[in-house]
Ligand binder design. Structure first.
Ligand SMILES: C[S@@+](CC[C@H](N)C(=O)[O-])C[C@H]1O[C@@H](n2cnc3c(N)ncnc32)[C@H](O)[C@@H]1O
Length: 312
């Protein structure tokens, strides 16, 4: 869906061509999720289906296009369009989610989400302003989600984690895994992580190392991604140097293995490339359902999504 913007506001500008691939992939899975669960566990009393958008944005994504020019015989004009972001796409999914929770840290974008909520009073929308990691911890430690642990309870959820970069804490992933009733689509920031992992470990400053601890959920990455060699200097003192061994493909596989340490199922990633063909994100689907048939169905839905969007 696109609408030509008539407002004078700045709009929310982010992403590139890969953003559409990402949003359509998640939206397709949302549809699959709701279709599969629509009459489950019984048609008489189906699960309450929740959608969580933890880095929700404003609801729209502003893009600019140049129109006109020499070959069209008119001066170049820049057109701005507000395209549907993840929130508006989630609201369009059929069958519909019963409840939707949108979390956003930026005040102006949060206010846009409140307006979307006001214009859809019947949709069971909650908008939360603040840090996504903290807000998700609050949601999942209170009713009805605090009763869902171990896959019990009558709610099932789908959570989209769509950060700009390395903003998702490991404890958030663990909280979602522990519910055993929420499927997660996680935009793993492969490019940002690869850039933080400098060629030599001593070039990764303490703040970055702490952030990488959060991303991988372990301190072990230092030993697994880097190889340490010890030599003697001129004065026979021991010097140890840790050199990065992993290329970007290995970093992506390492990330998947870490996710698999807390989720029973971590999909192959959907690679998201920028205009120069460089992979900047890896989009994973994660589930920790205790049910083998449920995991089988999730795999089926994800294979369909990956097949449809990988070639784009
Ligand atoms: C890539 S954008 C999300 C786009 C959105 N999913 C869409 O499709 O329209 C990331 C959003 O996360 C928000 N954000 C960044 N860090 C956050 C945090 N720690 N907690 C909550 N929101 C955060 C930013 O303000 C931004 O709106």
């Amino acid at each position: 869906m696109t609408t030509t913007s008539t407002t004078l506001d700045q709009g929310h500008r982010f992403g590139g061509a890969w953003t559409e691939v990402k949003l359509e992939a998640v939206s397709d899975y949302c549809e699959f999720f709701n279709k599969v669960l629509v009459d489950q566990p019984t048609a008489h009393k189906p699960f309450e289906r929740w959608y969580f958008d933890a880095f929700a944005g404003s609801g729209t994504r502003r893009v600019e296009r140049a129109e006109g020019g020499l070959f069209e015989g008119k001066p170049v004009e820049i057109q701005t369009e507000d395209m549907a972001g993840s929130v508006l796409k989630a609201l369009k999914v059929e069958p519909a989610f019963h409840k939707l929770a949108f979390i956003e840290g930026h005040r102006g974008r949060f206010q846009s989400l409140e307006k979307i909520k006001e214009s859809h009073p019947e949709r069971g929308i909650t908008c939360l302003h603040g840090d996504a990691n903290k807000k998700l911890a609050e949601i999942f430690s209170s009713s009805p989600w605090s009763n869902q642990k171990g896959g019990r309870g009558s709610c099932r959820g789908l959570c989209f984690l769509d950060p700009y970069g390395m903003n998702v804490d490991w404890s958030t992933l663990k909280t979602l895994a522990d519910t055993q009733s929420v499927d997660v689509w996680y935009l793993f920031p492969l490019d940002a992580v690869s850039r933080q992992l400098a060629g030599k470990l001593d070039r990764v400053d303490d703040n970055k190392q702490r952030r990488l601890d959060e991303i991988f959920g372990t301190r072990q990455w230092r030993d697994e991604i880097y190889k340490t060699e010890t030599t003697n200097d001129l004065f026979a003192d021991l010097i140890s140097t840790s050199t990065r061994q992993f290329d970007r493909g290995q970093i992506e596989r390492y990330a998947k293995s870490r996710l698999n340490s807390i989720f029973r199922y971590a999909s192959d990633p959907l690679p998201l490339l920028n205009d120069s063909g460089r992979q900047i994100f890896s989009l994973f689907c994660l589930s920790n359902s205790a049910s083998d048939p449920a995991i089988g169905l999730i795999q089926k839905g994800v294979s369909w999504v990956l097949k449809k969007h990988s070639a784009r």
